[in-house]
Design a protein around this ligand. Sequence first.
Ligand SMILES: Nc1nc2c(c(=O)[nH]1)N[C@H]1C(S)=C(S)[C@@H](COP(=O)(O)O)O[C@H]1N2
Ligand SMILES: [Mo]
Length: 321
Amino acid sequence: MSMIKPPHIPPSEITSEEIWQTRRRWLRLAGLGAVAVGAGGLGPAIAGAAEAARPPLASAPNPAYRLDEKLTSEKDITSYNNFYEFGTGKTDPMEYAGDMNTRPWTVSVEGEVARPRVFDIDDLLKLAPMEERIYRLRCVEAWSMVIPWVGYPLSALLREVQPTGNAKYVEFVTALEPEAMPGVRAGILDWPYVEGLRMDEAMHPLTLLVFGLYGKLLPNQDGAPLRVAVPWKYGFKSGKSIVRIRLLEKMPVTSWAKAAANEYGFYANVNPEVPHPRWSQATERRIGDGFFAPRAKTLMFNGYGDQVASLYQGMDLRRYY
Ligand SMILES: Nc1nc2c(c(=O)[nH]1)N[C@H]1C(S)=C(S)[C@@H](COP(=O)(O)O)O[C@H]1N2
Ligand SMILES: [Mo]
């Protein structure tokens, strides 16, 4: 999100330490591969090197979620990211997220459930059959991608812990490792990053618990070792690197709503008719098409209206944005 820009530092105030750090970063990047400068900037060539190291994650393509759209390249998906714990720049996550430890990793599923449980990531990987599903991802910043995710419905995990009748919402709490996360110091959000869904949204078959993309385990910058994908909502609803899932009776306060409630609502359904207070949501830029390519019209519910519109019947979506 481009809501809050890092403070502008006049060149005269940049210390030699900062110059050294910047230089070190560049050297680190340059060492990974040839530098390609184009519409995608530095990212792709570097991500290319990291991709090779990702372990494969077997899955069966689910034909019900195939899209007749060009896939965003693996390089773009892994080098143009929002993951503010690692900085607000699009290539910051690719550059820094490698320092986050994703093993060992546990996910505590708790709250309004009959059988609370702490899952080890390796058990979660075996909990249900892995599917490959191609979903659109639409960021509130008005860019989009088409991504072949690998995972299984979140409902498979939630059923495992037996939600009680009081479970009305699901809260996702994501990892906070300050030593490994240079963006946390900036204090842009109240960490850890928290997101949430209504129970029926969380149980919806489209809501995917994601462990991989392009047939391999997620790279850290995309939310390893697990994140959610909620394709009819703006990207910020899909928390990355989840450590805790709480079932609640009351609506959780999410990080972006806390930071700017008038800009980022709890529902955050993709809606071309409801602009962000500071920019339109009517069109989008497909990442990889180049900055000057024609923008596409954004679809209501990001094109998933047939499947999810009924969840919001009778609700005023201008009020519940
Ligand atoms: N923990 C955490 N999760 C996060 C974010 C973040 O900053 N921190 N950014 C969100 C936003 S704004 C988007 S658009 C998507 C981007 O996912 P991607 O980088 O894999 O495309 O992740 C979401 N999940
Ligand atoms: Mo986003």
